[in-house]
Ligand binder design. Sequence first.
Ligand SMILES: *Cc1c(COP(=O)(O)O)cnc(C)c1O
Length: 491
Amino acid sequence: MSNNASTIMNDAVALHPWQRANHLTSHNNQLMIDGVNTCDLVEQYGSPLYVFSEAKLRENATEILTNFRQAHPNTTVCFASKANSNITVLQVLREAGLSIEINSGGEFLKAQTAGYAPQTIVFNGVAKLRSELELVIAADIKAINVDSLSELERILSVAQAIDNCANVTLRIIPEIKAGAVAGWETGTSSSKFGMTREEQITAIALINEHSDHLTMTGIHVHIGTQVNDASAYQKQAEFLIAYAQEVSELLPYPLKHINLGGGYPKNYSSSAENWNNVSPHYRDNYRTDIGFDAIADILIKPVANALGSNIEIIVEPGRSMVSDTAILLTTIEASKTRQQNSVFYLDAGYSVLFDIFSGWYFHMVNASKSDDTATQLCRMVGPLCDSSDTFHDIEGEGRIKSLLAMMPGLSEQRATLEKVLLQQPSLRELPSNTQTGDIIALLDTGAYGLEMMNQYCGRQAAAAVIVGSQQSSRLIRRRATADDLLHFDVY
Ligand SMILES: *Cc1c(COP(=O)(O)O)cnc(C)c1O
């Protein structure tokens, strides 16, 4: 009997390599999210549709709080709201115990609307406006993370003008290489962020000179996104410990907090085998063994041990709080055959999921045929009138073609060229009977999806729903209307 049971279990795993227990499952050959049928959701709310899981949002928040506070009780988790500032998402995360990180006056408005108190808000950014600084200094937010000397001067001038004292935390460049590609890296002086050591010494002198209007609350570092390299976190801890001690000698009062930033990695596929042809180096970027428990060990614990239990540790996770809390449902609207492969045209392209434009990988499942094994290799593209609107790397494929035309001798290096130049699999695996009208689910689209939607090609931004307890669902962002398309034009 137990043999039979385990055979059935193994078959289930092989049949649904994408599945996640109690979250993404299959029922009657259709994809379910938290027990709700995804095809029914599209029928009810339309397509394309983002579907969030309230349970998963709470689970992620609880998991990071539990792990980090076990390592250091005085830890504050500020959700980086640029990853997703939908008001309902922000409310759920606030109820689950998170504070918030904002990047603009607009995100300040959203944080306040979602009920975050000023003392739970930290403000980041490289070019903060005077008007934004006036708002947050008047509100007495927890900290302004300062990116440059010129910005510190602007903060001082605003604080003097409204006669308030601004809490400032200085963002330092640690010169740590993290993030697999240049665009994911934010902790070196070739990126646009942060201040050098020399600039900070000048900054601290200015802060000490104007102690009525500036308080230095802490130091801040943020090294990248999807940082899947334990040694980068180790270096970050070592750097911060030494730097905090150095800064303390320049200040007449102790630092209140150390802000470690975010960038924690998440899996973009359920299993190591389930990879739609993604090249091996690319899999390393999208699969990780580094969970919150590991980060608590390699980053939080050493910093806390060295700097003492009084220091507050702040972290700013964005992606890792929300990426696996949503799927994007999109419908196949058309198809053709090219070079023996089916080409399927989805109703969602980069105007709905902008990260595909920069080559981000999102796993695909045919939600209308979720029990059928994916045996067909096909091209997946979006609906926009732009040849870059594809789920494969058209530019990379083109560069390889041009290189080989110019230097035919390179053809032996084709695999290496593909490894360096291709950011997406050229073909996706879907069931052989995939056809127009099927619903395709893109997994792990909860971070940087809703936030970056636009109306390019006169396409209306997608709606979003959240699935709650007892298989309930409700709208959390309405689909844009034709009127919305005309809204900004003055005529
Ligand atoms: C973007 C950003 C974050 C969040 O990064 P994730 O990779 O989404 O975790 C945190 N802190 C700062 C300063 C950021 O700019």
